[in-house]
Design a protein around this ligand. Structure first.
Ligand code: GLU
Length: 430
């Protein structure tokens, strides 16, 4: 409930759906089906800790809508996880898979824990414990988890292994985001950042802005931000003004900038697995370290909020400079509705979250396809297919925005909701 908003993320997701449904003239009975998740699991399971004690962990899985295919979406390991957050994220996964037109529904899950407080062995036992509870209700044709905040490819490997043991056969397609060589796909680690950069490229094209003269300020330095920072320079020739990161030791965020431009690869090399950049090494390499919110007031062409939700709020929106033309939402739900309304009035173009960050799940879908075929593509093949899917999705949303005279978020909802409603109709649900 940041920035004075009285809505939690699930209520925001429902409000966004209502707006799109009204714009589409959707039958209210159909909207009612789409406003709530189909199945919700709340788990409490015991895990033996390294010191011999037993700790109870709370886990969630929400299977939001499976009209277009098995539910698909990540698992988040975060101490502040709530059921309503997971429900919102599962709804957004439904729209995300539909907007990029992959044959999957939407789901999401989580475990309430700060993974950095667990040893590797404890982490493994928590992963296996979650699968222990859920294995009868997940599977390649049912519900397919994946990485999200606080997870690693190794954790996906443990979960796959536990599932395979339960069902008694090698079933790598039960989970995606696995390690390459262990059922993973080339390109998956960079895929979300890659997709963010592809949608930025398309947005710059329609706004007729030269990518080589454009600059970006990035919030966050987890998986999405790390690759978005590198690929924005490599593929579009632009400059990264700054990235921010959460410092685990100091329990606060910092912004890292450099006049000559941020070197994403270098910063990645001095960042731990939870996204904390080594301040001393960054300083020695000439980086200026400022306060958390400094990223927001940089004179950039593009802002990429790629940390957690609710980061651009009514309280801080005034810090955004007039230079900003595009906000590309790498994170899920980073802009609260009040702030969005102000920014839309200023003429800023949004690449909304479930379009902007759909590269990860699109590559997850490719991973599943490769698992099914038991035949693996080269990185170039993966990236080519990913680029095609992401740019087609951007074009469909942009065309909807132009023809219906709505903003990009509502347009994205309209494209996605229409596809899900059609699948429900085809199956005789509505
Ligand atoms: N957690 C990622 C997302 O929010 C990826 C989901 C997936 O690959 O299924 O899109």
């Amino acid at each position: 409930m940041a920035g004075g908003s009285t809505l939690n993320s699930f209520q925001i997701a429902q409000q966004q759906l209502d707006k799109a449904a009204a714009a589409l003239g959707l039958d209210p009975q159909v909207t009612a089906v789409l406003r709530e998740p189909t199945r919700t699991f709340v788990l409490n399971f015991p895990v033996r800790m390294d010191d011999g004690s037993i700790r109870v962990f709370r886990g969630y899985r929400v299977q939001y809508n499976d009209a277009r295919g098995p539910t698909k979406g990540g698992l988040r390991f975060h101490q502040d996880e709530t059921l309503d957050d997971v429900k919102a994220l599962a709804a957004w996964m439904t729209w995300k898979c539909a907007v990029v037109d992959i044959p999957l529904g939407g789901g999401k899950g989580g475990i309430v824990v700060d993974p950095a407080t667990l040893s590797e062995r404890e982490k493994e036992r928590v992963c296996r414990g979650w699968v222990d509870q859920m294995w009868k209700n997940i599977g390649p044709r049912m519900d397919v988890p994946a990485p999200d905040v606080g997870t690693t490819p190794q954790m996906m490997g443990w979960m796959m292994d536990e599932y395979c043991k339960r069902v008694g056969e090698y079933t790598p397609g039960v989970i995606t985001g696995k390690l390459v060589g262990g059922g993973g796909s080339l390109g998956r680690t960079a895929a979300t950042g890659f997709g963010v950069v592809v949608t930025i490229r398309e947005a710059l094209k329609v706004l007729k802005i030269d990518s080589k003269k454009s600059t970006v300020a990035i919030q966050g330095f987890g998986n999405v931000a790390q690759y978005a920072a590198q690929l924005f320079v490599e593929l579009l020739g632009g400059k990264v003004l700054c990235v921010s990161c959460w410092d685990r030791g100091d329990k606060k965020a910092y912004t890292f900038s450099k006049d000559s431009g941020v070197d994403g690869k270098f910063l990645q090399s001095i960042t731990d697995q939870y996204g904390t950049i080594d301040k001393a090494k960054a300083k020695a390499a000439g980086y200026v370290i400022e306060d958390a919110d400094a990223w927001l007031s940089k004179p950039a062409t593009i802002l990429i909020p790629a940390a957690l939700g609710n980061s651009i709020t009514a309280d801080n929106v005034s810090k955004i400079q007039d230079t900003v033309k595009i906000i590309a939402e790498g994170a899920n739900g980073p802009t609260v509705p009040e702030a969005e309304a102000i920014l839309l009035k200023k003429g800023i173009t949004f690449v909304p979250d479930f379009l902007c960050n759909a590269g990860g799940v699109t590559c997850s879908y490719f991973e599943q396809v490769q698992n099914d075929m038991n035949f693996y593509w080269t990185e170039d093949e993966v990236n080519k297919r990913l680029d095609d899917k992401m740019s087609a999705a951007f074009r469909a949303v942009h065309e909807m925005a132009q023809t219906k005279k709505v903003d990009m978020r509502i347009a994205a909802y309209m494209v996605a909701v229409e596809r899900v409603a059609w699948a429900m109709h085809m199956r005789g649900w509505i």
